[in-house]
Design a protein around this ligand. Structure first.
Ligand SMILES: Cc1cc2nc3c(=O)[nH]c(=O)nc-3n(C[C@H](O)[C@H](O)[C@H](O)COP(=O)(O)OP(=O)(O)OC[C@H]3O[C@@H](n4cnc5c(N)ncnc54)[C@H](O)[C@@H]3O)c2cc1C
Length: 457
């Protein structure tokens, strides 16, 4: 049995930085990672996909060159091997950076293998037994492979195997109209594939407002992507061209035939093979570890950070979990999970930046509201860039004058949304932002105008 001050299981987006703080405070840390340092984000999530999104944008802009008065004398060609190599390089550099950081960290011992609890203070990795009074779980999640009829009879892709492709599918069928599915759908369309998106629900990105999901649908349709919603009964079957996906839709053909199928219907936590039954750590029905406002589980000495606690599904939420735990344990602060204002982005082009609650949620709360809305066609910067699809919307509590939520679906929306996020985090009325003097010409400069044009609903 080897004893440490702390054990961290999983080198995702929370654990490595936590190891840095713990060792800097003089504690010894055993770090267990079973596969790729940096976890999902670095290896099979954010980093490679956003690198691919950038390549797809380059292809798209090249095809649109004439719109800007630029003459390309040859047709645009996409070299998928080079596109993939570029993503592999960016992702590989980040992965090696995380591994080097941990292996060179004074006070940190890295164990490569699958970690499994043997007792609430003991974890087995390979032939070694490690024990510590503090254990931090940062095991993340993986793609769900849904139990669809026929799923075992056809080869299917997930986000992980998609990223290993170095050729262009002739026709990619994406099952799932959420963030991950839509990002892959648009990038592969721009790389030159035919793409069909099949979504069970009536709207794409179901957690967003309907006006947002409808605008996203229009963006995708305009690029030639086929979108099938209300596909209540999806099934897969082999087909001479690849795969046939059965859909019961309100409209259109009952079957879509493609060469490849990507399953992007959600994720599940990596908690089923962690030996949690030996600890008494509580999980919910879907396997997410239950945590309190300080990320502590019900078992003293065990914390759960990142996607595996079900309280966030993003790199920035996992990283914020680290910040909360480190501040509370090492700096005597009392930071809370419930203080976090939710925010995320969808990296189609143009991107969607989102903060706070949706208009639907705000209306359901029964509060008096003020809402402002502006199409991107009335944003100078978007017009100048000839990227005018989408709109911005902000929702304000009419009594407290605080911003409740906002969406910017448009060029630069993933960056411009931060002005609103910052003012929400400052917990001040929207007037502070309305009176600011932003830089011209930017997308952000229209946010004060948007606030100036709020209307009661
Ligand atoms: C295609 C895709 C695109 C995404 N894009 C974005 C984006 O643009 N922005 C964003 O914010 N988020 C994005 N995400 C989500 C983001 O990747 C995750 O929210 C983030 O990686 C969660 O980090 P984590 O620390 O919880 O876990 P992870 O990053 O999943 O890391 C968990 C680590 O634990 C290890 N592990 C698991 N079990 C064990 C065990 N028993 N023993 C040892 N090691 C173990 C795993 O090998 C892994 O390395 C994307 C996800 C996907 C799939």
């Amino acid at each position: 049995m080897r004893r440490f001050d702390a054990i961290i299981i999983g080198a995702g987006q929370a654990g490595p930085s936590l190891a840095g703080k713990l060792t800097a405070a003089g504690l010894t840390v055993a770090y267990i990672e079973r596969k790729l340092f940096g976890g999902t984000c670095v290896n099979t999530g954010c980093t490679p996909t956003k690198t691919l999104v950038a390549s797809a944008y380059a292809a798209h802009l090249a095809r649109r060159a004439a719109d800007y008065g630029i003459v390309l004398e040859v047709a645009v060609k996409v070299d998928m091997r080079r596109v993939k190599a570029r993503a592999d390089t960016v992702s590989g550099n980040a992965r090696r950076g995380v591994e080097k950081y941990l292996r060179e960290m004074k006070g940190c011992t890295v164990f490569q293998g699958h970690g499994r609890f043997e007792a609430p203070d003991t974890v087995r990795v390979g032939g070694e037994l490690l024990s510590a009074p503090r254990i931090f779980i940062n095991v993340g999640g993986r793609a769900i492979v849904p139990d669809l009829p026929g799923v075992g009879q056809v080869p299917h892709l997930t986000n992980t195997s998609m990223l290993a492709l170095d050729h262009l599918p002739e026709h990619l069928i994406v099952v799932g109209g959420g963030n991950i599915g839509l990002e892959f759908a648009q990038m592969y369309r721009r790389f030159g594939a035919q793409v069909t998106v099949i979504e069970m629900g009536p709207h794409l990105v179901a957690h967003e407002d309907e006006d947002v999901s409808e605008a996203i649908r229009e963006i995708l349709l305009r690029e030639g992507i086929t979108v099938r919603t209300s596909a209540e009964c999806i099934s897969l079957a082999p087909h001479e061209k690849g795969v046939s996906v059965g859909v019961t839709c309100l409209e259109g053909e009952p079957v879509s035939v493609g060469s490849h199928v990507l399953l992007a219907v959600g994720r599940r936590p990596n908690t089923d093979d962690l030996g949690l039954e030996k600890t008494g750590v509580a999980t919910d029905a879907r396997g997410y570890i239950t945590v309190d406002d300080s990320l502590a589980t019900n078992v003293p000495g065990i914390w759960a950070l990142g996607d595996c606690n079900g309280r966030g599904a993003f790199t920035h939420t996992a990283y914020n979990d680290f910040e909360i735990v480190a501040a509370n344990l090492l700096a005597g602060e009392r930071r809370r999970l419930s203080d976090r204002i939710p925010a995320h982005a969808l990296y189609i082009d143009p991107p969607l930046g989102r903060v706070g609650i949706t208009e639907r949620e705000a209306r359901a709360s029964g509060r008096p509201l003020l809402i402002g809305r502006r199409p991107m066609s009335r944003v100078g910067r978007a017009v100048e860039k000839d990227e005018t699809q989408g709109f911005m919307k902000v929702i304000v509590d009419a009594e407290t004058r605080r911003i409740l939520g906002a969406a910017i679906l448009g060029t630069g929306g993933d960056e411009a949304i931060h002005g609103i996020l910052d003012i929400m985090n400052a917990r001040v009325p929207y007037d502070v932002l309305e009176h600011a003097v932003p830089i011209h010409p930017t997308v952000s400069e229209l946010i004060p105008t948007l606030l100036n044009e709020l209307r009661p609903v």
